[in-house]
Design a protein around this ligand. Structure first.
Ligand code: NDP
Length: 253
């Protein structure tokens, strides 16, 4: 599949997990892939694996750092045609133990990180009358989950932003969509499993099995499955698809 040949794709958090899978899938579809994240070694490793051509260290919560990285990558590989806002992270605690700072931290990472990404690339996309923005939200953008209220609220905000942007850009050649994975087999889930083990003393296999049961297919989603949905949304065949939240969740939604 090479329908993204000539397209420059920027993926935040492209150094591991779902982001690394998306980098690999877009590169396999012909795109020139750039990645940003905070860890130099794992960013370089993706280039060595052929999943990305260029990388920059940037923190998505820092608008200046992200904008400078996006500009440098555009100078290296051309204007950014595809932005995948993937960087994110979860925080688990009962609401009563979630401080205002915890809420701000989740909003900064999962929501403001997306805002910074869009602000860096959208003006150029609109000027060129062409672009794809895919925000990796979550099933947590579409329903509630207990003990992760700050994360769920931030992901709902991402979906609200996506829907509004899709309308504002509808006549500009740009599409803006969310992909909403269910529990996906990455470090994020490994960290959550570890936390549950620490808090409850349960064993890992039991905790993973419980997360898998949230998915009617009875399994964790694989990063490549999320990447396939993103690749489709970035392709020429999805030009009329904008403002949607596409669950990749085995029927959970
Ligand atoms: P991982 O923990 O495996 O990866 C998170 C990625 O985000 C890393 O590349 C990390 O880079 C990057 N990142 C985190 N904070 C920042 C920051 N401040 N600036 C730049 N990059 C940052 O998680 P997943 O791959 O599972 O998650 C990817 C996305 O998918 C997230 O938005 C997550 O919310 C979403 N998602 C995940 C699900 C799951 O079950 N795994 C389910 C639904 C949605 P670094 O190495 O610098 O930390």
């Amino acid at each position: 599949m090479d329908n993204l040949t000539g397209r420059h794709a920027l993926i935040t958090g492209g150094n591991r997990g779902i982001g690394a899978a998306i980098a690999g899938a877009l590169a396999a579809a012909g795109a020139t892939v750039s990645i940003v994240g905070r860890d130099e070694a794992s960013l370089k490793a993706q280039v060595d694996l052929g999943r990305a051509r260029a990388w920059r260290v940037a923190d998505v919560t820092d608008q200046g750092s992200f904008a400078a990285a996006a500009q440098a990558l555009a100078q290296t590989s051309g204007p950014i045609d595809i932005l995948v806002n993937n960087a994110g992270g979860a925080f688990s605690a009962p609401f009563a133990k979630t401080s205002a700072d915890d809420f701000r931290r989740m909003m900064d990472l999962n929501f403001m990180g997306v805002v910074h990404g869009v602000q860096a690339v959208l003006p150029g996309m609109v000027a060129r009358r062409s672009g794809r923005i895919v925000n990796i939200a979550s099933t947590a953008a579409l329903k509630g989950y207990a003990y992760v209220s700050a994360y769920v609220a931030a992901k709902h905000a991402v979906l609200g932003l996506t829907r509004s942007l899709a309308l504002e850009t509808a006549r500009s050649g740009v599409t803006v969509n969310c992909v909403c994975p269910g529990f996906t087999d990455t470090d994020l889930i490994a960290d959550s499993v570890e936390l549950i083990i620490q808090k409850t003393g349960r064993v890992a296999t039991e905790v993973r099995a419980e997360l898998a049961r949230a998915n009617p297919q009875g399994r964790l989603i694989q990063p490549d499955e999320v990447a396939a949905a993103v690749t489709w949304l970035c392709g020429p065949g999805a030009g009329s698809v904008t403002g949607v939240a596409l669950p990749v969740a085995g029927g959970e939604i």
